[in-house]
Every structure is written in C-alpha cells, then in structure tokens.
Ligand binder design. Structure first.
Ligand SMILES: C=CC1=C(C)c2cc3[nH]c(cc4nc(cc5[nH]c(cc1n2)c(C)c5CCC(=O)O)C(CCC(=O)O)=C4C)c(C)c3C=C
Ligand code: FE2
Length: 457
C-alpha cells in the first residue's frame, strides 16, 4: 500500500452526512495499464471528453484533475478516458455525455411494499453513485474499513481504477406508479408502456422493469462494479429483472467523437442529435415544463428512455452482397455517406436518382424511413451499444444492438418512428426486437438533492 493523498469530501451512503470518504488507493497505477488492456484508440474517445465544447466538459476536466489528486500519488495523470464526469447538474449525466465505450444496464423490480424503504434506497443510491462516479469506493472505507467480521461495503473490483468517465443514470418504469407506493398521482402523462409493433418477438424476461440503472464507462470493470454495488445495496428492496452488457458504443452524442460502427459494420450515429445542439436537445430530448402539467411536473429537465434489445442476424448479413447491405441502410459502408453523396456528413437527398433512374436511397432504406423529413420533424437521441451474448445453441451468435434512445415524449417520437420502420424497413429481414422497456429519467440533481426527493415529494 502506498501513502494516501488527502481524502476528498464525498457522501457516505450510510448516513448522508457528506463525511470524508475513502477513495480507492491507486495501488499499482491500474488506470493506465487497464486502459492499455482496453485497446481503445485514444484520440477519438479522448476527444469526446476533452474537446467537448460546452462548459460541462470543462468542469469534467477540472473534476478529472481532482479525481487524479484524490486517487493518490501513484496514480498516473488523468487521461481523457479516465476522467470523472460531474454527477450533478441540470440534467442527468449519461444522456448527452459523449458516449463512453462500455455499458452495464440493469432493469430492476421493487420487491418491498414499504414506500419508506424505497425512498431510503434512492437516497443511498444517490450517495453511492456520486462517490463511484468520482472514482471513489461505493461507501467510505468500503474495501476493508468495516473490519474483518463484516462483509465489505464495496465489492472491490474497481479499487485503484480511475473514474473512467463513469456515469450512472436512473429511470423509473410505468409499473413503479401502480398502487404499491402511493405514486399513482406522480406518474408523468408521457410515461406509457410502448404499444406492440409488427414483428416484435419480445421476451418478457428481457422487458419492462420498475427502475433502471444505466452505467456507462470507458472501462467495463468500472461500469459492472457500479451496477453490482447498487444492486447489492438494494438487497431486500429491489431485485434484478434483466440486465445487458454492451461494448462499443453505436452512436456518437458529440460532434467531437468519431462515428463508431455497429455489428453490421456500418457507421452508426452520424445523424444523431448531438450535445452541441442545445436547440435540438430542448426540442427533442429534454422534457419542458409545459409538457407535464399534473403530478408529473417533476420530469421537467428529464428525458424518456426507450430500450430495445435488437438481435442482429449477423450470419445472414455476412452472406449479403455489399450492394444489398448499402441499399438496406441507405449509406455506403466505408465512408458512411448517404447513397448518391460522397462524404459522411453530406445531406441526404431523397430526390436524387441513380444511373438506372431509381432513387439513390431506396424508398424503404433504413435512413430514409427514420429521417425527420419523412416523420414530420421527429428526432431522437440514440445512445446504444453493440452486444454479443454468446451463441444461441444452434450455431449462431446472439449478437446485436442494445438500442437506447432518449426523447421528450415516446408516444410522439419513438412510436411513430418505430411504426414506420417495423412496417417497411429493409433492415427487418436481418433483425429481431426481443426486449423492450421505457423509463422516465428525472432531471439532474442540485447540491444536496437525492433521487427520492422529487419522486416522493
Ligand atoms: C426506432 C428507431 C430506430 C431503431 C430501432 C433503429 C435500429 C437500427 N439502426 C441501425 C443502423 C443505422 N441506423 C442509422 C440511422 C438512424 N436510425 C434511426 C432510428 C432507429 N434505428 C435514426 C433516427 C437514424 C438517423 C436517420 C437520419 O436522420 O439520417 C444508420 C445511419 C447512420 C446514422 O445516421 O446514424 C445506421 C447504420 C441498426 C443496425 C438497427 C438495428 C439493429
Ligand atoms: Fe437506425
């Protein structure tokens, strides 16, 4: 063990006093070695955090420097990928935050009938989440501070690792507002179960949930540690309903990020709503005060999250010609340019025709059907991840896109968009939606606030 640097003031999940907490001793400078193991190419992802233009990202850099100091003298200087993202703010982190490389998403059901226990857990979670996003243990002295006779309050696998851009985003499902906790009159009007769509193959064991936690980080161990510790704290109050690991973001949420590729090998996220578009975010992502007049007024500044587990039949795709693949998507594979154009960010021209006189972007191509011009101006912020969950027992990889999208009103945005795609998208031959959920993600927290307050006010 090395000598410890001065300790930061972080909340104690157990008592809420804001007492001094213990930050993971950097030990063997695990941050840097783990980053190398990750094999993440530095520039694009670092640019995503370092070069972000808004003041929030400047703050994140300040936090990163602080976290590096707190983590002890043997920690390597904070790199962009290691940085801490501010936990508090107008909106929850993890929505427009430049998408990190890894995801651990969990949907939970509340198993207690005691309203006070749920409120208390949300308060405990807030403190632990704030600590972990700063690179600290889930609770002060979590690793060994409880002594030899008690189970540690932090499971330990992220001890010594940097914050790694961890964000923890919470959401509430429609079922939380039934008659169990007296929350029926607090239900936001826009929080409705999604309707069935043509072709849905939904598995109830991969759908729904009273609550969700989205943990994103540039180190998978940090994301998994966050979810594991929050679930552990919730024992007896909540139980995991389903979860999903994701690798390789499939969207850029900042213009500073390079566009990643999905499991079909195409650039995904080119035409996303981005952090640098404040008007677009207000119009399409953040719930406005006038959106919710009744008991759901607490959602102002929040956003609705739609999660869909979409299996991609990659063996079929891999036997499909390049021309067919590009026609299905409506963009070229290498550059990501709209068909008929040359560069990735060129505008889509739906009137343009190819040499044979047919539309350059086929009428049922994915990007045509999903484009705002075909949907009355609708847009959403996509923040999904690739997944591969082993194989299905009959020789195929169980791989796909864990589609996550944030929006102001699912009924006015996701539902019409998905209806259009479900009925006509050429992509449907190659994909299958087998999990689905919708959550209301509350606004960000100001100093001293915790998640239970606005919900139970
Ligand atoms: C209901 C919304 C959407 C689902 C479900 C969805 C699934 C899905 N998408 C791809 C691959 C690509 N999608 C692209 C663009 C794109 N997709 C949606 C919406 C859904 N996609 C939108 C709104 C857009 C943007 C359309 C536009 O304005 O141009 C692209 C092109 C690159 C890009 O702009 O992001 C790809 C590639 C897959 C493989 C998939 C399901 C597995
Ligand atoms: Fe798409």
């Amino acid at each position: 063990m090395t000598a410890r640097a001065p300790q930061p003031r972080l909340p104690d999940p157990a008592n809420g006093t804001g007492e001094v907490g213990e930050v993971g001793d950097a030990g063997d400078a695990g941050g840097v070695s783990r980053r190398r193991l990750l094999g993440v190419s530095g520039t694009a992802a670092v640019a995503g955090i370092v070069a972000g233009a808004t003041s929030a990202y400047a703050v994140s850099q300040a936090s990163a420097a602080t976290a590096a100091q707190e983590a002890g003298p043997t920690t390597a200087p904070a790199l962009g990928l290691d940085a801490a993202i501010p936990f508090r703010g107008e909106h929850q982190a993890g929505i427009v935050t430049p998408a990190q490389d890894r995801l651990h998403f969990v949907a939970l059901d509340v198993v207690t009938k005691d309203r006070a226990q749920l409120r208390e857990l949300l308060e405990t979670w807030t403190r632990a989440a704030e600590r972990m996003t700063a690179g600290a243990e889930a609770a002060p002295g979590g690793l060994v501070g409880g002594g030899p006779n008690r189970a540690p309050e932090d499971t330990g696998e992220a001890y010594g690792l940097p914050a790694s851009g961890l964000t923890i985003t919470i959401g509430y499902g429609p079922s939380l507002f039934d008659d169990r906790f007296g929350l029926a009159d607090r239900k936001p009007a826009a929080l409705e179960e999604l309707p069935p769509f043509v072709g849905d193959q939904l598995d109830p064991k991969r759908s729904g949930g009273d609550l969700c936690i989205q943990a994103c980080a540039n180190d998978p161990q940090v994301a998994v540690h966050a979810v594991r510790n929050l679930v552990r704290m919730g024992f007896g109050v909540v139980a995991v309903r389903w979860s999903q690991l994701g690798f390789g973001r499939t969207s850029s949420t900042s213009t500073a990020q390079a566009t990643p590729r999905n499991m079909f090998g195409f650039k995904d996220g080119t035409n996303n709503v981005k952090a640098e578009e404040p008007e677009g975010l207000d119009r399409h992502v953040w719930v406005a005060p006038e959106d919710e007049k009744g008991g759901g007024a607490w959602m102002a500044g929040g956003s609705y999250l739609v999660a869909r587990r979409i299996r991609m039949h990659i063996e079929v795709w891999d036997r499909t010609s390049l021309q067919e693949q590009e026609d299905v998507i409506g963009r070229d594979k290498k550059e990501g340019a709209p068909l008929g154009q040359a560069k990735e960010f060129d505008a889509l021209d739906f009137a343009k025709r190819g040499p044979d006189g047919t539309p350059a972007i086929p009428v049922n191509a994915h990007v045509r059907l999903a484009h705002e011009s075909q949907l009355g101006g609708i847009r959403i912020l996509r923040r999904g991840y690739n997944f591969t969950d082993g194989s299905d027992g009959v020789g195929h990889l169980d791989a796909g896109l864990f589609f996550l999208a944030y929006m102001r009103d699912p009924a006015k945005q996701f539902v019409p968009m998905q209806r259009a795609l479900a009925s006509k998208d050429l992509l449907n031959e190659y994909i299958e939606h087998n999990g689905s959920a919708v959550f209301a993600c509350p606004p960000g927290l100001q100093d001293g606030e915790h998640w239970g307050q606005s919900l139970f006010a």
